[in-house]
Design a protein around this ligand. Structure first.
Ligand code: ADP
Ligand code: MG
Length: 727
């Protein structure tokens, strides 16, 4: 499948819109907003729930709180003016019982349709009112002559305000009639007991009156199983295709020379690698020097590496990256290292420069804030090939950056980059006849089930061990009312020469996902200061701590500051000139100050688990015993409690990722990947592992033996979204 050479402006709505002849109606536009472009999209838009319009209940049998359909003759229809103007309609269905219909909003048409003597069928929730049972704003239909009851349950679709349910129902029904639902999957590859896709969808949209609502709700019905299998299959196919495509591409093949740069670097390090670090370096080095399986004589290329290096915060990924860079540079190729924020890029730059420049490697530094001549000089160094190592933010992949010989791209905290940025990186890398190897690093370990699904086309290396001499971080929970005690604790730490972080939530940053391009942290400047209570919060806290800690250097760091000011503050903190750093989550990733021993996180209940773990990882980086204090605003929600409890109970990033997945579900866990993950609408990775295995096995066979059907399957499910999945 061809990838787009440029990124569509609206990367989230990837579906190709057909050329439009006449202007679209409001509901049509609303449908497109919901991603309902093609007939198949509508067919796969399954109901949220169902209404039972297949039977009538006698008024005498109505129960308080139960939704039901009744039919009767209007006895009285009057506008009541007392209290609030409303329309009251009394309905009788024989016997002595009557039902009151109450309309607080109504039009003359209501009065007409519900005039005395009219026969109507109404549906709504019966509630015990002052005058016996009543329904408020029931739906109703006039019965002229004979109106047969529905033969199947009535679907209620997820919709939006500008898309009426009735319109959507008609659209889905006619799409279901038109759409091609022929089978793509050879029968022998289907899990046993599943129904055809056509039957599954027919059943889900219009279940028979006697369908088990329980099986519908818990999604165990064979129709659901089929739908989930289909979805997982499409996703596995697209990932395997990506892997297959990658295997066709060529990257430079590196040699590991004795006495080479990486050996020199190893010898110069002030520590020796942990055995986990050694293992992952070997895995990476093996990728970089592997010959292609089909290599002829003299073929100096290999299959591009596509590897994720995951390791808990502080496990020492940077030095692994440096060693990989050393291998590439030793072979005469350039290495680019990208980090999601300037602060992080800055840290990497200093660390890597400190390691690599003494070995004679020239480095270049590209970020959004470096402009003008400085930038031009850097660009020249990159384009001429003089710079072996290029470090920076997403500025590294901008259009005017030309590499002489890019051989290895390393992306740190890759999940923090948005989908659009990852696609941009990709297309940048694909401009050359030889592609660079790609190493992604993440401190948020991917739970196994996700690794199999969302990241099936990745090889994974794991650092499962921390460098020796670290004392585990102790995590304590404090209600916000105990602030004083926390401030006293800060005084103690500072008196002992230690350093302290105090993190305040900045909701906009935390909740951003991948919708906005990451521009340093300058993105916060979109709104005037006064609208941002969260920013107030960090500034207030800074002021209060400054007052409460006389004689102590208290610094302030947040996204609205200029990059240079941020860097200066950070440098002061690293140098120990500031003892306390009050910051927003700009410090979330990768900041490394080994002397910091106390981390206070304010409003911890507002953070996600992985984010808390990242933040907590800013302390405990040296040998000093470290503490993380989670301040929370009582009372906590159940999820809030579960989260903070998990944080207090474990410091193991893998365990935390597992619980995060459990608490939030895969969609949210994936964060930036959500637009790709959104297509896992049906399958649930916690429950549907057997289906996932079946889909994986089927996908492998289909790609080999039923290539066209495989392609049709991917298109049916993903359409043009397929590219986002691979990002
Ligand atoms: P992360 O995996 O979170 O990116 P870093 O690469 O920043 O971790 O490493 C954390 C700290 O541990 C750094 O100060 C780094 O120099 C140090 N470090 C890395 N590897 C080792 C090791 N094998 N022994 C001792 N210290 C190490
Ligand atoms: Mg790091």
């Amino acid at each position: 499948m061809a990838r787009p050479a440029t990124i569509p402006a609206d990367a989230r709505d990837g579906a190709a819109a057909a050329p439009v002849a006449k202007p679209k109606s409001v509901p049509q536009r609303a449908m497109e907003k919901l991603g309902l472009h093609r007939d198949i999209d509508l067919a796969l838009h399954v109901p949220l729930r169902y209404e039972d319009e297949t039977r009538l209940v006698a008024i005498a049998e109505l129960r308080d709180g139960v939704t039901a359909q009744v039919q009767g003759v209007v006895q009285r229809c009057e506008i009541q003016l007392r209290n609030r103007r409303q329309l009251l309609v009394t309905l009788a269905d024989g016997a002595s019982d009557t039902l009151l219909l109450r309309f607080l909003h109504f039009y003359p048409s209501h009065q007409k349709a519900l005039a005395e003597g009219r026969c109507v069928r109404v549906r709504g929730e019966a509630r015990g009112g002052f005058f016996g049972l009543e329904m408020v704003h029931p739906s109703f239909k006039a019965i002229d002559g004979d109106l047969p009851l529905a033969t199947s349950l009535t679907p209620v679709y997820p919709t939006s305000a500008s898309l009426p349910q009735a319109y959507l129902r008609r659209a889905v029904a006619s799409a279901l009639n038109r759409v091609d639902l022929s089978e793509n999957v050879p029968a022998e590859l289907l899990p046993s007991g599943v129904v055809t896709l056509r039957d599954a969808l027919r059943w889900l949209h219009h279940p028979p009156a006697d369908a088990s609502l329980a099986a519908l709700e818990d999604r165990s019905h064979p129709a659901w199983q089929r739908l989930k299998f289909e979805e997982l299959l499409a996703q596995q196919l697209s990932q395997l295709q990506a892997k297959h495509e990658r295997a066709q591409q060529r990257a430079p093949r590196f040699k590991l020379a004795a006495g080479g740069l990486q050996e020199k670097l190893l010898a110069a390090l002030p520590f020796s690698l942990t055995s986990a670090q050694r293992r992952v370096v070997e895995e990476i080095a093996a990728d970089l020097q592997r010959a292609r399986p089909d290599a002829g004589r003299g073929d100096a290329t290999s299959v591009p590496m596509h590897r994720l290096l995951q390791g808990d915060v502080g496990s020492g990924k940077t030095v692994v990256a440096a060693l990989a860079a050393a291998i590439a540079i030793h072979n005469g190729w350039q290495c680019a290292l990208m980090a999601p924020t300037e602060i992080l890029a800055d840290q990497h730059f200093r660390k890597l420069v400190g390691w690599l420049e003494p070995l004679g490697i020239t480095t270049a530094w590209l970020t959004g804030s470096r402009k003008g001549r400085g930038r031009r000089e850097m660009l020249e160094r990159v384009a001429s090939g003089e710079a072996g190592l290029v470090v920076g933010t997403h500025a590294v992949i901008q259009d005017d950056v030309q590499f002489a010989r890019l051989g290895l791209a390393i992306v740190d905290e890759q999940h923090r980059f948005g989908v659009a940025q990852r696609l941009a990186l990709r297309s940048k890398l694909e401009q050359h006849s030889l592609e660079p190897h790609l190493l992604m690093m993440s401190a948020t370990p991917i739970p196994r089930t996700l690794a199999m699904t969302m990241y099936a086309d990745l090889d994974i290396s794991t650092i499962d061990e921390l460098p020796p001499g670290r004392t585990p971080i102790v995590t304590k929970l404090f209600a916000d009312s105990k602030r004083e005690a926390v401030v006293a604790r800060i005084r103690d730490e500072v008196a002992q020469g230690k350093q302290v972080y105090w993190v305040c939530p900045l909701i906009e940053e935390a909740a951003e996902g991948d919708t906005a391009p990451i521009k340093g942290d300058a993105r916060s400047s979109r709104r005037p200061f006064g609208e941002r209570p969260e920013l107030r919060n960090v500034i207030d806290t800074h002021q209060k701590l400054t007052e409460a800690l006389p004689g102590v250097g208290v610094g302030l760091l947040h996204g609205r500051m200029k990059a240079a000011d941020k860097a200066a503050t950070m440098a002061q903190f690293i140098a120990g000139e500031l003892s306390v750093l009050v910051a927003t989550t700009v410090i979330e990733v990768g900041v490394d100050v080994p002397n910091a021993s106390l981390m206070v996180i304010e409003h911890a209940e507002r953070f996600g688990l992985s984010q808390l773990h990242q933040l907590r990882g800013r302390v405990g980086r040296g040998s000093v015993a470290s503490v993380c204090v989670l301040l929370y605003a009582a009372p906590l929600s159940d999820t809030g409690k579960a989260r903070l409890k998990a944080m207090a109970e474990t410091t193991d990033g893998f365990e935390i990722a597992r619980r995060d997945l459990e608490i939030r579900g895969p969609g949210e866990f994936l964060g930036a990947r959500q637009s790709g993950a959104a297509l896992l609408r049906f399958a649930d990775l916690n429950d549907d592992l057997p289906l996932l295995h079946a889909a994986r096995a089927a996908a492998e066979i289909m790609l080999k033996e039923h290539h066209d059907a495989a392609e049709r399957q991917v298109q049916r499910w993903l359409g043009s979204k397929a590219d986002y999945l691979k990002a």
